[in-house]
Write a new protein. Structure first.
Length: 316
């Protein structure tokens, strides 16, 4: 069964990027493809972009999208096997996912990490329980460890903005934050950038090393100034500690990108997945200036989702 949960291989990624660009040129070219089919978008956590873009993408394929905010509107789900449900949970994932699997042709799930139970987060336990019991194709709307729809939109955005004469230098830089933030966007961006053959440098303060399963093949440079020199694309993102799991280890505001940081990266474009905390993670100057690609990235979320849904419908 075909799921969309991670980067698979370069050929598939290139196919998905091309399809997204086709849909961007003409969003309605496949408007009959999803007729009489339904996608269930299940949110266990908040969302703006992922929620709206996935619905629009489905609509443009003629497919009905039903959104359920399970964290607020659904029964409290029990995820563990074999427990006596005599506490707060009301419905078992086995039953809930089984029912959802009988209502929809595709399920799409957002399930953030706990940032407290590392083992469970690394296994993507909650997300995988939906896959295990729904019995239908599942799309990740961001899991505990990956955000592949965001990364696909990011790859489309890089494709649209890169020159053809040289391989672009892509830098993923850590940014300050006041909350403990998941690793999913950073992990996924690294996985896709490396997988798509980009020259990726990752920079962060000491202690913020990401899971090396996602960063193999990237240059890790702890000096942000050195890392940014000559960059063509700078992806800004906070993440919490991985080794010191879910902890905030540093809030040094000098890591927040300003024009001064890009003195040696004159043509660098700035990327961020949004939502962004202005003047904490990224300055107004950067977000609203000519280097910013953030609106283009967010817009491309529609066509990334449309490409993935279409690809799954082709396999069904
Ligand atoms: N980038 C992103 O996933 O945005 P939302 O959390 O608003 O969906």
């Amino acid at each position: 069964m075909m799921h969309f949960t991670k980067f698979e291989d370069k050929a598939t990624a290139e196919k998905l990027i091309q399809k997204a660009l086709d849909y961007k040129r003409d969003p309605w070219i496949d408007q009959a493809k999803g007729q009489r089919k339904r996608i269930g978008c299940i949110f266990l956590n908040p969302s703006l972009r992922t929620r709206a873009s996935t619905q629009i993408a489905a609509q443009q394929l003629g497919m009905e999208a039903i959104v359920m905010n399970m964290d607020k509107e659904g029964w409290a789900l029990e995820m563990r096997e074999g427990v006596t449900m005599n506490k707060g949970t009301v419905e078992h994932i086995r039953d809930a996912a089984g029912v959802l699997g009988s209502y929809f042709d595709i399920l799409a799930i957002r399930a953030f990490p706990s940032l407290t139970n590392k083992q469970e987060d690394l296994e993507d336990f909650v997300f995988n329980q939906f896959i295990k019991y729904s019995g239908i194709p599942v799309i990740s709307l961001e899991s505990a460890i990956r955000h592949p729809l965001q990364s696909l939109a990011d790859m489309v955005t890089i494709h649209e903005n890169r020159g053809i004469d040289k391989k672009p230098k892509v830098v993923l830089t850590w940014a300050p934050h006041i909350k403990a933030i998941p690793h999913a966007v950073a992990n996924s961006f690294a996985e896709w950038a490396i997988g798509c053959g980009h020259d990726l440098t990752i920079t962060h303060p000491y202690g913020y090393e990401l899971d090396e399963n996602f960063t193999k093949g990237a240059n890790i440079v702890l000096d942000q100034k050195e890392a940014l020199a000559g960059a063509d694309f700078v992806y800004v993102k906070n993440w919490s500690g991985f080794n010191d799991y879910g902890k905030i280890l540093n809030t040094d505001s000098s890591w927040m990108l300003t024009e001064k940081h890009l003195k040696h990266a004159k043509n660098a474009k700035i990327m961020h997945c949004l939502p962004v905390r202005r003047n904490l993670e990224l300055s107004d100057e950067m977000l609203d200036g000519p280097r910013s690609l953030v609106m283009q990235q967010a817009h491309n979320r529609i066509f990334a989702a449309q490409s993935v849904i279409s690809h799954i419908l082709d396999q069904k």
